[in-house]
Write a protein of this length. Structure first.
Length: 253
């Protein structure tokens, strides 16, 4: 099995090294094509106004001056064009990608692009305690991910579907199981702007988030994380809302 590994945290990210080790537990044929720099939050964006610059770091390891989506396209259409990858793994992201993170995440976007190109794709993220970015339990994802990926591949990933895996902020032995979940939803009142001033007194702002005190809904990725369970969420590329489609098809008939 030929595996493409990518991410949105950049070519030097610790989580990328973790994902490489995960991939090598599945195959000896592992390729890395990842962004030159941190591309967190770029979602499924393409670089249309800037050229893509490719830098080979070592055998089967490349960096792209572009987005995660650019990296997957570069890998499939150029770097690995002679023999396409059989699987795209994106991550391991520093921090979970649950609820509305799905719409912002470059990690998930890379898996989306792989799915669009007809390649089974999985996004992988590791939760951590807010404010403690330097103490991440990478061993949780590294220990549990290979077995979960194998089971997903054995069962078969449907066309047009990608999987979003999130590992809780816990040691491998403290994980309380695996939950197949739906995408949750946070309270958008938790999003805030922090106003600041630069050295010249000019204002600027940071987007920031407050922690929710509400109990997450049952069956959601948020609930799984709260219960120290691994969240496995199938996501589909087709965003059409079928009930509304039927309703308005009748309105405009």
């Amino acid at each position: 099995m030929r595996i493409l590994v990518t991410n949105d945290d950049g070519i030097h990210a610790e989580g990328l090294e973790v994902l490489e080790r995960i991939a090598h537990q599945l195959s000896d044929d592992v390729w890395v094509v990842a962004p030159e720099s941190d591309q967190s939050g770029v979602a499924h964006s393409l670089s249309l106004s800037n050229p893509l610059r490719l830098r080979q770091i070592s055998e089967k390891r490349f960096a792209v001056a572009g987005t995660p989506t650019d990296c997957v396209i570069m890998a499939v259409r150029s770097v690995m064009a002679e023999v396409r990858p059989d699987l795209v793994l994106s991550g391991v992201n520093r921090g979970s990608n649950v609820a509305e993170d799905v719409t912002y995440s470059g990690t998930i976007a890379a898996a989306m692009e792989g799915t669009l190109l007809g390649i089974p794709s999985i996004a992988i993220s590791q939760a951590y305690t807010p404010g403690d970015r330097n103490n991440i339990r990478w061993d949780c994802a590294e220990h549990h991910a290979p077995g979960i990926i194998r089971r997903l591949l054995e069962e078969g990933i449907p066309e047009g579907v990608l999987f979003n895996l999130n590992f809780p902020n816990a040691g491998p032995s403290d994980v309380q199981g695996v939950s197949v979940t739906v995408q949750g939803r946070r309270d958008q009142e938790l999003v805030k702007l922090e106003p600041r001033k630069d050295g010249r007194g000019n204002p600027y702002y940071w987007i920031a988030f407050q922690r929710s005190r509400k109990e997450p809904a049952n069956g959601t990725d948020l609930r799984a994380m709260a219960e120290n369970r691994i969240s496995v969420t199938p996501l589909e590329l087709d965003l059409t809302h079928e009930p509304t489609l039927t309703r308005f098809a009748q309105v405009f008939a």
